[in-house]
Design a protein around this ligand. Structure first.
Ligand SMILES: C[S@@+](CC[C@H](N)C(=O)[O-])C[C@H]1O[C@@H](n2cnc3c(N)ncnc32)[C@H](O)[C@@H]1O
Length: 248
C-alpha cells in the first residue's frame, strides 16, 4: 500500500465509524445486499479484504451467525484496532497481495471500496481465484465512474480521473476465469449539510487526501456557495456490486 494511503487511513481510523455510523440504516441495508450477493450461509469462511474498521464484518455477524471467524485483512493497524477482540474475527494486518500468498482456506470474499487502491489488480484477482475453492464467490463493491456526491468540482473531476471502471474489472475477472454478474444498488442519502461538510473537512474519502489544506478550504467554500440555501443534503449513493463465481 502506498505510504500516502497508509497515512490517510491511519489518521482517519478514529473517525471512520463515526462518519458512517451516523446512518445505521445505511449500513444495515448495504449489509443485507452483501449477504444476499455472497449467498452467505453459517458454514462459510468469509474474507473481508481491506476491511478497514470492520464496519461491515460487524454488521454481517449481527445479521447472520457465522460458525467460522471472519478473516479481516487490512494493512492499516489503526483501522484494524477498531475491530472487537473476539473469536468471531481473525485480524490479519497485511496488504491484500501479501494475503494472497497465505495458505488460508476460505470460500467467500468481500472487497468493499478497496479495489481502487490496488495497482496490480490482475495479480490480486489471480491470487484470489487460486485461494477460492469451487463454488466460491468474490464480491467486489465499488463506486461507479461518476458520483452525485455534493463535493466541490475539482474533487469530482479528480474522482472521475482516478476511479477504476467496473467494466474493465469485469473484463479482467472474466479473462482470469470468473463468471460475473453486475448489479447496481442505490441508496437515497439525506444528511445534515453541517455533518457532510465536517466529513469533507476530515477527508472522509481517500480522494480528498489528494488536496492540501488550502485546496480543501477552497473546495468547502465552493460547496458552501452552491448549497447555501440547504440545511440538509440529498443525493443518491450508487454502488456497483460485481459478483464473481469460480467456474466449475
Ligand atoms: C474506503 S476503506 C473501506 C473499508 C471497508 N471495506 C468499508 O467499506 O468500510 C479502504 C480500506 O482499504 C485498505 N487498503 C488500502 N490499500 C490496501 C491494500 N493494498 N490491501 C488491503 N487493504 C488496503 C485501507 O487501509 C482501508 O482500510
Amino acid at each position: 500500500m502506498k505510504q500516502s494511503i497508509q497515512n490517510h487511513y491511519q489518521t482517519l481510523a478514529d473517525n471512520y465509524d463515526q462518519f458512517w455510523g451516523i446512518s445505521p440504516e445505511f449500513i444495515k441495508f448495504i449489509t443485507q445486499k452483501i449477504i444476499e450477493s455472497l449467498n452467505l450461509v453459517p458454514d462459510d469462511v468469509l474474507v473481508d479484504l481491506g476491511c478497514g474498521t470492520g464496519l461491515y464484518s460487524k454488521e454481517i455477524i449481527s445479521q447472520i451467525p457465522l460458525n467460522n471467524p471472519i478473516l479481516c485483512v487490512d494493512p492499516s493497524g489503526k483501522m484494524l484496532s477498531k475491530i472487537p477482540k473476539s473469536s468471531q474475527y481473525k485480524v490479519i494486518e497485511k496488504d491484500a497481495l501479501a494475503f494472497c500468498d497465505e495458505l488460508e482456506q476460505y470460500n467467500k470474499i468481500l472487497i468493499k471500496e478497496m479495489i481502487h487502491h490496488i495497482t496490480d489488480k490482475e495479480k490480486l484477482l489471480h491470487g484470489l481465484l487460486k485461494g477460492l475453492n469451487s463454488g466460491g464467490v468474490l464480491l467486489i463493491i465499488l463506486l461507479p465512474p461518476t458520483i452525485e456526491y455534493p463535493l466541490f468540482t475539482k474533487a469530482l473531476r479528480t474522482y472521475e480521473a482516478l476511479q477504476p471502471h467496473y467494466d474493465d474489472l469485469v473484463t479482467l475477472l472474466q479473462k482470469i476465469g470468473f463468471e460475473t454478474t453486475v448489479n447496481f444498488v442505490d441508496y437515497p442519502v439525506s444528511i445534515a449539510k453541517e455533518t457532510y461538510f465536517k466529513m469533507v473537512e476530515n477527508r472522509y474519502m481517500s480522494l480528498l487526501s489528494q488536496f492540501d489544506d488550502e485546496e480543501l478550504q477552497e473546495g468547502l467554500r465552493e460547496m458552501e456557495g452552491k448549497y447555501h440555501q440547504y440545511s440538509q443534503l440529498e443525493f443518491c449513493d450508487r454502488f456497483v456490486f460485481i459478483i464473481s463465481q469460480v467456474q466449475s
